[in-house]
Design a protein around this ligand. Sequence first.
Ligand code: SF4
Length: 354
Amino acid sequence: MQIKLIVDPILSWYRREKRILPFRLTSNPYKIWLSEVMLQQTRVNTVIPYYNSWIKSYPSLASVAKAKISSLLKIWEGLGYYSRCKNFHKACKIVVNDFQGIVPSKLENFIALPGVGEYTAAAVLSIAYNKPYPVIDANVKRVLCRLLGIRNYSQYNKDRILRNLTKIIPQKYPGDFNQGIMEIGALICKSQNPDCKVCPVQQFCIANHRGCPERYPKKIKKKSVPHYEIVTGIIWRGNKFYVQKRDNNAMLGGLWEFPGGKVESDESYRTALIRELQEECGAIIKVCKKIGAVKHTYSHFSITLHLYHCIEDNNKIDLKPNMKWIKPNQVEMLPFPKANHKLFKILDESGWNV
Ligand code: SF4
């Protein structure tokens, strides 16, 4: 198969069939970059409302550079992988300081910014600046493995795909070509049940000719992730309760939470909660009723989060800048992780009072 034959069918199909998405209606490099950051590890439909509200609040790169990270995290709240937001903020500040606020169009300058990897650099530069850099994401990998009949996605084969794409990417429309392959992967050449009948490159596809496209590339079994039982307490002082901000360098850094931690193997949930709250914020507490439990999955582990009402026994919590006493209606003002929002939902339904 002559790989260059796929270019025209992909470009015409993309122009005809592409989904109309808000970040496809702009040529502004800042907006395209933001969308690519949000789309990492995240589905398009999840990203759209986040993208829209971000752009409404921060219409320009300069406005992001000026913003407080806590305000940006509030908009990002629930989208996950919060380091993306923090890196984007840092990178926008660098662009304002070192590049007069213009997203750099040179690969070496752009890829040196925080959070910009090979994929993001190629995607943004090809879409926003028409630079002929091919992208390889999960969709492109699947489509190309099938087209070229590659079962084993080794480094050698990854380089082979990249070499082929570099050779054929059109100088004039590199962004459309990249997005075309990604769109075929998202809409037609799915992991299960690819719809080969409507695929614009079916006639060139080796996996299709062999009659078993789903076997390409070979699936790698996912490792099972550990599960932890976590106890957490809502400590009341009058009509306010205690929350604390996670360390900026920790996972979910900069987000607020109820205090708590892991249950050790020899502990009851209540004993673990008393220990954790004393260790975390110096509180001696009386554990009251259990409010509920929620499950949440992160990329490398999963948790069950058990929430209890608690009352302070010693008024020993000494407030530092990363600690607050707030009322239930103030949770809207701070960014919290998604697992905490699941707890808020239970509290909204059962009533917040102890
Ligand atoms: Fe994927 Fe089928 Fe198209 Fe091949 S023909 S690229 S397997 S959808």
